[in-house]
Structures are given as C-alpha cells and as structure tokens.
Ligand binder design. Structure first.
Ligand code: FES
Ligand SMILES: [Fe+2]
Length: 344
C-alpha cells in the first residue's frame, strides 16, 4: 500500500523540458514536461482515446499532442482538440497532478483532491545559491521502498558498503541516538564522532586532513524526504554557544524516496554544501563520488530484493544500529493506518 496523501520527488528540475518524460510513481504512469511558457506539467501518462502513453507525444507551445492520433491536452489535462471534429467528448480529459519546483527537485502531490502545501518539505539549501552549492541526481532501484528506508536510517553500513569514499571504521563503531517527534512526525538519528579519520569525500573538498570531528544528524520525514546534516570540523571545535559555526563545513545530503511500484523505488539525491560555493571542480568531484556511493546502495538493495523474489524467507535479527530504521517502520505503519482511516 502506498501513502498517497504526500509530496514525493518526481523529477530533477533539469530533467523537465519540452521533451516529455515518463515516470511510474506509486504505481501510476505519469508524463511530465515543461511547456513553452516554462510551466511544469504532470498528467496521467495514458491517453484516454486508446491508451497510448502521452509521454511519447509532442509538446507544441502550451499543449501536449498525443503521438498516436493527435488528441491534444492542455496543462490541466483537459482535451482541447480532436482531429477531424469540433466536438470534444467530455470524458476525454486526463488527471493533472500538482507539481512544485524547489531548486533542483520537482515535487508531486500524489493524493486526490487539493494538494496540501503545508506538507511540502522546505529545502532552502537548494535555492539559496549564494550560500550553498548544490549537485543532484537520481537512481532507480529494483527494490521495495522499505529496503531504501532501512538503508538510509542506518548509516553504519557506510563503513562496509562505502569503504574508501565516505565509510571509515568509526561510523560503525560510534553509537547512535534516536529521537522521535510524534507530533511533527520526524525520526532523528544522531551520530557524533570525535577525533576520527576524515574520509576522502570530505578531506578532498574541505582541505581538512587527518583527524576531524564528524557529525551525522539524520532527519527523516516519512514517507518521502530524508535530510542528513553532516558537519565536519577541526577536532575539539564545537559550534559556539550562540549557535554560530562558521569554522565548520556543512553539507546537507538529501534523499527523495519515491516508490515507483511495490518492488521499485526512485532514489533522488542532492548535496548542498556551504563551502567551496560556486566551485565547479568540487561540484564534479562530489557528483562523481556520490554517484558511486548511490550505485553501491543500488547494487546491494537489488540483491536483497532478488533474494526476496526468490522466495527466501526474510529473517531479521535487529541490533542497536537498527533502532532508527525500526522507529521509521513504526511511523510508516502509523501513517498507513491513518491513511486507511481517512479513506473509510
Ligand atoms: S491514443 Fe492518443 S490520440 Fe489515440
Ligand atoms: Fe549507503
């Protein structure tokens, strides 16, 4: 079951152009494009005439023309032209989805009815480009959404799966603290590492060599948004009592977790950093590293899902490092119950 009454990342802003793209989100085929006025549009990717994917059509000005028989739809999904006749049957419109572009990500509201803008995650670090540089990407994983949640809520796997880029021994050996805010529905997982090796991901970009203090503060907003607040600082230099922290290097590592089908998920990512702002070489370096890190996760989760598909009985023995993931599962289950209650 999908949690529909939520915002999910649907595309990178850079992916939307006058060439439509197709995505399956929460089991629904969606076509997305940017029209000639620059407006972003998402409609059901199934032409109501004979079912051809509208994403295979052509954007002409502000409308989308189906690639099969030329039925034409405006950005609200209303059919505005049918070849060979003036009358347009009223049932010829398609569902239009609400989209919001925020920096490098485009969000989609998957609930029926009015989109709830109060639930849209705030991402000022993606739009404040004077103070933050951003790189972004997306990968598709042939694994259930829940496997990606488990993966992101327990970063101890960095030590083993991402050894050599972001993983160092201390990530796995440093205990975590987990806090749950039931009111605002956020799962926080803190891991503060003192006087530890600086992995290449950070040493090659911050210039800090040798030992550092490294904080990983996760905020997970179920179901679809995850923010890892990473802080790298010289050893023994915490933020000042007034909260200012100019001597440290900060990176926000965002993930948009967007279920595609029951057994596949889009893994959108973005890195916003407050150092080397505007430095293209650092952008390219981080992008390359992150693509490799994400691929390691993709490969691991694909293998787990294959085992599940083979019918292997999933046995789990949870330990302390799993607390964040278990709490997240619990919150997702609660959200599921809440959504079911709303529907009845
Ligand atoms: S299927 Fe789209 S116009 Fe016929
Ligand atoms: Fe990972």
């Amino acid at each position: 079951m999908f949690l529909r009454r939520n915002w999910y990342v649907a595309a990178l802003a850079s992916e939307l152009s006058e060439r439509p793209i197709a995505r399956t989100i929460l089991g629904e085929h969606v076509a997305m494009y940017r029209n000639s006025s620059g407006q972003i549009v998402a409609v059901a990717d199934t032409c109501p005439h004979r079912g051809y994917p509208l994403s295979l059509g052509t954007v002409v000005g502000d409308v989308l023309v189906c690639g099969y028989h030329g039925f034409t739809f405006d950005c609200g999904g209303i059919c505005v032209a049918v070849p060979g006749q003036d009358r347009i049957p009223s049932r010829l419109s398609v569902r239009a989805y609400s989209l919001v572009e925020q920096g490098c990500w485009v969000w989609i509201w998957m609930g029926h009815g009015e989109a709830d803008l109060s639930k849209l995650p705030a991402t000022p670090w993606m739009t404040d480009t004077d103070n933050w540089s951003v790189v972004s990407g997306v990968a598709k994983i042939d694994a259930a959404f829940g496997l990606l949640v488990d993966n992101l809520l327990d970063l101890s796997h960095e030590t083993f799966l991402h050894n050599g880029s972001i993983g160092t021994p201390e990530v796995a050996t440093t205990p975590i603290e987990v806090e749950v805010d039931d009111e605002s529905r956020v799962v926080n997982v803190y891991r503060h590492m003192a006087n530890v090796e600086c992995p290449p991901f950070y040493s090659d970009t911050t210039g800090l060599k040798g030992k550092v203090d490294r904080w990983q503060d996760i905020e997970y907003f179920p179901p679809g948004f995850y923010k890892l607040n990473s802080r790298i600082a010289p050893v023994g230099e915490p933020p000042l009592p007034d909260g200012s922290d100019a001597h440290a290097f900060h990176m926000k590592i965002f993930y948009g977790l967007t279920p595609s089908t029951e057994t596949s998920v889009y893994d959108f990512w973005a890195l916003s950093r407050d150092f080397c702002v505007g430095d293209d070489a650092v952008d390219r370096f981080l992008e390359k590293m992150q693509v490799a890190v994400v691929q390691e996760d993709v490969d691991a989760l694909n293998i787990l899902q294959q085992r599940i598909n083979e019918g292997q009985e999933l046995t789990e023995v949870s330990v302390k490092i799993d607390r964040g993931g278990l709490v997240a599962r619990h919150m997702l289950a609660q959200l599921g119950e809440h959504e079911v209650t709303r529907l009845h």
